[in-house]
Design a binder for this molecule. Structure first.
Ligand SMILES: NC(=O)C1=CN([C@@H]2O[C@H](COP(=O)(O)OP(=O)(O)OC[C@H]3O[C@@H](n4cnc5c(N)ncnc54)[C@H](OP(=O)(O)O)[C@@H]3O)[C@@H](O)[C@H]2O)C=CC1
Ligand SMILES: CC(=O)N[C@@H](CCC(=O)OP(=O)(O)O)C(=O)O
Length: 344
């Protein structure tokens, strides 16, 4: 299948292009850029010299529909709301990496402070977390690719929530991200002197991923779930660690909870559950589509601590988008994606 990458000069778009070089079924036939249209992608990114030969073009829906069947949309939030109706009308399937199609209109307006997509478009959007929604994703025309923090947090918490094992008013998530999570654009809070040798919390209690996480947990639980969610910037390029704390409603051991996780994810190739006593680190999944999860029950406090790690650009964005594209194409989810992490 031919695919277009819209926003190919951004960090996640660039990762879609790179990962698809190894994909046996998906061919990149169009790459877009607003600011660099007319240049070759290799002029912007010389490390791709000799590997890609595409000129950057503007994102015109009709032109893209003549070149591709599926579009990966890797634009800042707000821009995909404007473009998706035209892409769908032109006959393209769309995987949107931005937050625009993950929330209700009211939540999007409240948490992103932007004008939401129409009901007509939102009604077509399927939340693209393949481990839980593969059947809905496969026939969809518009996929809302999950956010990076939600991916790590939901994969960490859904087994507990689905089995009704925790007090859903007791959830606390403490999450940390590498700086590539903020994208390529310069900002005062992410330049070198602000990040290097520093560790800071941001968007405390107001992060736009809160309604996304609560919404999915609520749907799977069948009753309202709320959580305290704090995000931090870590002086590293890639990686997310989400540490979740919850009060157990039953007397369970670490071994028993681990067994539930292993059963939940036994047929999910990208979720790896650690053995008892082992906790994952961000390097364990760097540059890969894996989410590694470790956990421990503290019998003194009746709390379980779950640690989930992903690469924000891969399982948190480009890799998960390709996993979704594989489902749309009827391919095994692992097609073109089963790379070992880059540990060093
Ligand atoms: N970074 C991450 O880890 C994750 C990001 N996301 C989401 O995915 C989307 C893409 O993220 P990411 O790749 O990091 O973002 P970047 O900022 O790195 O890239 C976005 C690209 O969009 C293009 N663009 C087109 N029009 C505009 C415009 N008006 N203003 C700014 N940029 C424009 C830019 O390319 P050009 O100037 O060449 O046109 C830019 O390279 C975002 O919505 C982000 O929130 C989701 C999960 C994880
Ligand atoms: C480190 C960092 O700044 N990360 C970004 C992740 C943004 C993102 O992924 O945005 P959407 O999912 O909303 O599109 C943030 O916390 O806002």
């Amino acid at each position: 299948m031919n695919v277009a990458v819209i926003g190919a000069t951004g960090y996640t778009g660039l990762e879609v292009v790179r990962l698809l070089m190894q994909h046996p079924e998906l061919n990149v036939t169009a790459v877009t850029s607003d600011s660099q249209a007319g240049a070759m992608l290799t002029e912007v990114y010389p490390h791709l010299q000799g590997l890609v030969h595409d000129p950057l073009q503007r994102a015109d829906a009709l032109e893209l529909a003549a070149q591709a069947d599926l579009a990966f949309l890797a634009l800042p939030s707000g821009l995909s709301t404007a473009l998706v109706p035209d892409l769908l009308a032109a006959g393209l399937k769309v995987i949107d990496l931005a937050g625009d199609h993950r929330l209700s209109q009211a939540d999007y307006a409240e948490w992103y402070h932007k004008t939401p997509p129409t009901h007509e478009v939102l009604n077509q959007a399927i939340y693209g977390l393949p481990e839980f929604y593969a059947a809905e994703i496969a026939p969809a025309r518009l996929i809302a690719n999950p956010g990076c923090y939600p991916t790590a947090t939901l994969l960490s918490l859904l087994p507990l929530v689905q089995h009704g094992l925790i007090d859903t008013e007791s959830l606390i998530v403490d999450a940390k991200s590498g700086v590539s999570g903020a994208g390529k654009a310069l900002s005062p809070g992410t330049h070198f002197a602000e990040i290097n040798e520093n560790f800071k919390a941001y968007k405390v209690g107001v992060h736009q991923h809160i309604p996304e996480i609560e919404g999915v947990l609520t749907k799977q639980h069948g009753a309202k779930v709320t959580l305290s969610f704090t995000t931090h910037l870590v002086p590293m390029t890639r990686g997310i660690m989400a540490t979740s704390y919850a009060k157990l409603t039953q007397d369970l051991s670490t071994e028993e909870v681990l067994a539930i996780y292993k059963e939940t994810y036994q047929n999910q190739p990208f979720v790896r559950i650690r053995a008892n006593g082992s906790m994952p680190a961000t390097k364990d999944v760097s540059a890969s589509n894996f989410c590694d999860i470790g956990l421990r029950v503290d019998p003194r406090t009746s709390r379980v601590t779950v640690i989930g790690v992903i690469d924000n650009l891969i399982k948190g964005a480009a890799g998960q988008a390709i996993q979704n594209a594989n489902l749309l194409c009827g391919l095994p989810q692992t097609t073109g994606l089963l790379h070992a992490p880059v540990y060093l």
